[in-house]
Design a protein around this ligand. Sequence first.
Ligand code: ZN
Length: 169
Amino acid sequence: MQQENLWAPWRTKYIQGLSRPGGCFICDYMKSPGADEENLVLWRTEKSVVVLNRFPYNNGHLLIAPVRHIPDLAAAQEAELLEITKLIRETQKALSLTIKPHGFNVGMNFGRCAGAGLPEHMHVHVVPRWDGDTNFMSVCSETKVISQSLTELYRLLVETSQKHSLPRL
Ligand SMILES: [Zn+2]
C-alpha cells in the first residue's frame, strides 16, 4: 500500500460535481473572460489557460489546459504541446516566487479510471510540495491543511505575474 498519497477529501465533491454530462468547466471559463477572478483563471495565453484548482491536492495547485476541448496528447498540436510545456516552467516560477515550495508534482491523468476528473479536456496538474507535507496530512487527516484562501492566493499570484512579467513564453 502506497503511503505517499496526499489526503484531499474535498476531491470527492469535485469528482461528483464533474460527473454532470456535457459539463466542462475549462470551456465554461474560456467563454467568460470577465469572470476570470471569480473563476480563478490566472493566465490566458494564445493556446492555453492556467487556472487555480478549486479543489486542490495542496496549496497552489494549478491546472494548465489547452484552449481547445481535446482529450489527450494525441489530439494536441505541436504548438499546444510546446506552449503547455513552457507553461509548466512558468507556473513553477510563479509559485516559487509566491509561496516558495520545496518541490513540485507535475502530471496528467487520462481516463476516469486513472483519476481524471475531467477526462474530455486534457490538463496538466502542477502541485507544489513542501518537506513533510504528506506526513503532516496523514497524522492530522481531519485538519484542513490548506489555510490560505484561494482568492488570497490568486491575488498574490496575479501580483507576482505582473511584477515579473509572467508568463514568458
Ligand atoms: Zn472543455
